[in-house]
Design a protein around this ligand. Structure first.
Ligand code: NAP
Length: 278
């Protein structure tokens, strides 16, 4: 049972990753980012999820340094963006990410989207970065089961994590169950459905019963399913609220009631369409 924001998931390569982190997509403005990251650190977040695509690696690196906490306290994830996929360009792009983030090693490096064209070359570069210990763990994002099966046939290192769109309206039950069998950790992006799920009546009712907010109930649902969760907010009160989910738990009935809200409510791109295009 999850008990604190310090709880970790033991990844398949032995690395411990915080189960509850902070997403920084769209946090690009320094005046907005500084109080947000400071509040996140003060609220207990130690895992930060960025990406080359977010164009904020340098800002995140700088603000985490400004926090005064040692580098070893943080778990930093970044992702190789679609136009940088391929062997050489992946290696070059990660070198730049490390410089921007001001780190000697990235904790988790993800392939942002599956690419038919660069499928194996990008992963070969990831394996090299992993062998050279420039990254502590490697994984993927937006991979379906068949992408992971294809990768397994011609790779040496198994992805540690698959970061996928996941929230009560796109619960990803089958993929999560399969990932668990494969010992690949599931990580939920847009865990709050980018706000879409927050007005749901069922979730509202459960929230009221516990004296918590809908966002807190949804974060708790992810955590109790064993999913890694990275809610994003720039609003200090919400950042603190999203971390304050360890003084209640959802019953089996409440978990099932939220599971039943699943409706294929995808908000982002369809992975197979991206795979064919990039
Ligand atoms: N791998 C991928 O392809 C991928 C794709 C998308 C996202 N991600 C990652 O996942 C992270 C989270 O996803 P996301 O940013 O798309 O969406 P999200 O975390 O599901 O939702 C963020 C939205 O919810 C609002 N919000 C946050 N906490 C709230 C609360 N307690 N009450 C009410 N509203 C609240 C935020 O508003 P304010 O900020 O205005 O407070 C923001 O509009 C991203 O930051 C990124 O790191 C990865």
């Amino acid at each position: 049972m999850v008990t604190s924001i310090k709880d970790t998931i033991h990844l398949n390569n032995g690395v411990d990753m915080p189960q509850h982190g902070f997403g920084v997509y769209l946090i690009k403005d320094e005046d907005e980012a500084r109080p947000a990251i400071a509040k996140a650190v003060a609220s207990g977040y130690r895992a930060f999820d960025t990406a080359q695509f977010y164009e904020n690696e340098a800002l995140v690196g700088k603000l985490l340094k400004e926090s005064g906490l040692p580098r070893s306290d943080f778990f930093i994830t970044t992702k190789v963006t679609n136009p940088k996929q391929g062997y050489d360009s992946t290696l070059r792009s990660v070198e730049k990410s490390m410089k921007d983030l001001q780190v000697e090693q990235i904790d988790l490096l993800l392939v942002h989207w599956p690419s038919k064209k660069h499928f194996f070359e990008t992963w070969k570069a990831f394996e090299r970065l992993y062998d050279e210990k420039l990254v502590r763990s490697i994984g993927v994002s937006n991979y379906e089961k068949h992408h992971l099966e294809k990768l397994a046939a011609r790779s040496n290192v198994k992805p540690a994590v698959n970061q996928i769109e996941c929230h009560p309206y796109l619960a990803q039950k089958d993929l999560r169950a399969w990932l668990a069998e494969q010992n690949i950790a599931a990580e939920a992006w847009s865990p709050l459905g980018r706000g879409a799920v927050l007005n749901d009546e069922t979730i509202g009712g459960i929230a009221e019963k516990h004296g918590k907010s809908p966002a807190q109930v949804i974060i708790r649902w992810h955590l109790q399913h064993g999913t890694i969760v990275i809610p994003k907010s720039v609003t200090p009160a919400r950042i603190a609220q999203n971390a304050d989910v360890y003084d209640f738990s959802l019953t089996d009935e409440e978990m099932s009631a939220i599971d039943a809200l699943d409706r294929n409510g995808r908000t982002g791109p369809v992975p197979d369409e991206v795979y064919e295009k990039i």
